[in-house]
Design a protein around this ligand. Structure first.
Ligand code: SF4
Length: 359
């Protein structure tokens, strides 16, 4: 094994001489030397290994609103990175150069967990985010980074599709402070045809996070014209979120841009995002947002009790702030759901690529 390859715990032998990975519902059954669907896990010396430990496709300091998380340390900087590969096969992938990478060249940067934690603290980041591709597939590395960050007073954020098996899920989220789960649609058919995956495990992850962990949860739903943007589907999804997860889970409706294997669809009109937001509000969700467009009305946070604007936003830029230090409405004192800690961060909309050298 080289330095980037480590053993893993979630696999078992099958009766036919193959070895099955138990990290995600794809349940890849591998012969010696074969890689899983995600590319980064493979069978080597009769066991499943992770081949990209300590390797990244690059590091960048972003606003936390870009993950998107609107109720988790607003305005703060987050050190973001991903690796290569993915365990879903979304035809509309917006990070396809990373997620479909079969080249170890994509993994230009190499950093130990302690180096990432030190860099995050030095750069003034309140958190580190596993993003661009799904941390589920490199969970051993993500867990070590999250632990090193926690020791340095930096929180850990997972940006994920939530397509994961129960056992590794429980281990992974013990180390995570906040998650944005991409709920890609609300029909099994959409997941099957467009993402090469299934809906039920994602719903199980959402239920698990909300009811069995203290992880702060927000949801993203990318709306694609003609595929998952009907009134009926948005209504069913937001009813489910309100009923099963409660009214305080923020939902971000974001705009699709033609990409990867889906260039035949137009970009999502902002009217679609506004319509989705209205349906969500009608179904009782308190915090429904629009994303990937300029829409201050659809991106600002209001007090669900008195209607005052608590956090004004335009894309990733914060405006007026009407919250007390512990996250209550200045006007009526109602607590705002989320994780707040003093005044807002001042990172703004900047995106700063950084190099992290092992020391
Ligand atoms: S994590 Fe990768 S190797 Fe494991 S089951 Fe999922 S796609 Fe297959």
């Amino acid at each position: 094994m080289d330095g980037s390859t480590v053993g893993t715990a979630y696999w078992h032998r099958t009766g036919d001489g193959r070895v099955q990975c138990d990290v995600c519902p794809r349940a890849c059954r591998l012969n010696e030397g074969q890689r899983g669907f995600c590319f980064v896990r493979m069978r080597q010396q009769d066991a499943i290994v992770l081949t990209t430990y300590g390797r990244s496709s690059g590091y960048c300091v972003d606003p936390i609103e870009k993950k998107p998380l609107n109720h988790f340390l607003p305005g703060s900087a987050v050190l973001s990175f991903g690796t290569a590969g993915c365990n879903l096969g979304c035809r509309f992938c917006q990070n396809w150069d990373i997620s479909t990478s079969r080249e170890t060249d994509t993994l230009a940067d190499e950093a130990a967990p302690s180096a990432i934690a030190r860099a995050a603290a030095r750069l003034g980041c309140r958190s580190v985010a596993f993003t661009y591709n799904d941390p589920v597939i490199f969970l051993e590395y993500a867990i070590d980074v999250a632990d090193a960050c926690r020791d340095a007073g930096v929180k850990a954020v997972a940006v994920t599709a939530g397509y994961m098996c129960a056992q590794p899920r429980a281990e992974f989220y013990r180390h995570i402070d906040a998650a944005n789960v991409d709920l890609k649609g609300f029909t099994g058919d959409f997941y099957r045809r467009t993402c090469l995956a299934s809906l039920d495990p994602v719903l199980e992850t959402l239920l698990y996070l909300r009811h069995e962990t203290g992880v702060w949860l927000e949801i993203t739903n990318l709306l694609i014209p003609g595929l998952n943007d009907s009134d009926a589907e948005i209504d069913a999804m937001t009813r489910w979120v309100a009923g099963q997860l409660g009214p305080d889970v923020p939902v971000h409706f974001t705009a699709f841009h033609p990409d990867f294997k889906m260039r035949d669809r137009p970009a999502t009109p902002s009217a679609t995002l506004t319509r989705a937001r209205r349906i969500a509000s009608d179904n009782g969700l308190r915090y429904a947002y629009t994303g990937n467009v300029h829409d201050p009305a659809g991106q600002s946070t209001r007090c669900h009790e008195c209607g005052a604007v608590l956090i004004e936003r335009d894309w990733y830029r914060l405006g007026a702030w009407q919250l007390t230090g512990d996250g209550r409405c200045v006007t009526c004192g109602t607590p705002l759901a989320g994780v707040f800690d003093g005044p807002p961060g001042t990172w703004g909309p900047r995106r700063l690529p950084v190099r992290i050298a092992n020391q």
